[in-house]
Write a protein of this length. Structure first.
Length: 142
């Protein structure tokens, strides 16, 4: 007997969807607070933001249809690729795409593995970073 997939047609159709683009101005106070919070006293800050600062800007993740069928979510990790540094006064646009979904089974049952790609682009059109983030979703605990 075959177990039905937890990936619905609506979920599959959402692959390629892009969340609403956010645009953020890079401000001195935010960079200083972030560098202090991570304990990084690099003399380049706050004129240049630490690379990990981009994570604090947020992401507009596209909605996953039928997500209520897999309500538990875990961070499956992320990988970053960096381009030119982000400096004070830059404006960074952030857009996240649902890149792929697949299904795997584990000890706790079926898991939906969703990969999202977030691009951070400055006002000159340069990609300053790309983040690939994996989210693992599962059904409700029994």
């Amino acid at each position: 007997m075959t177990t039905p997939s937890i990936i619905t047609a609506a979920m599959q159709a959402a692959v390629g969807a892009v969340g609403e683009t956010q645009t953020v101005a890079i401000e001195r106070g935010a960079v200083v607070r972030f560098a202090e919070a991570i304990g990084d006293a690099n003399a380049a800050y706050p004129e240049v933001a630490p690379p990990t600062f981009l994570r604090s800007l947020g992401r507009a993740i596209p909605e996953l249809p039928d997500a209520d069928s897999v309500p538990r979510a875990l961070d499956g990790g992320s990988a970053w690729t960096y381009g030119p540094p982000v400096s004070l006064g830059d404006t960074v646009s952030i857009a996240t795409t649902l890149d792929s979904i697949k299904e795997r089974s584990g000890k706790m049952g079926a898991m939906l593995i969703a990969d999202y790609v977030t691009r951070y682009v400055n006002q000159r059109g340069e990609t300053v970073a790309t983040q690939v983030n994996t989210v693992i979703r599962m059904g409700a605990a029994s």
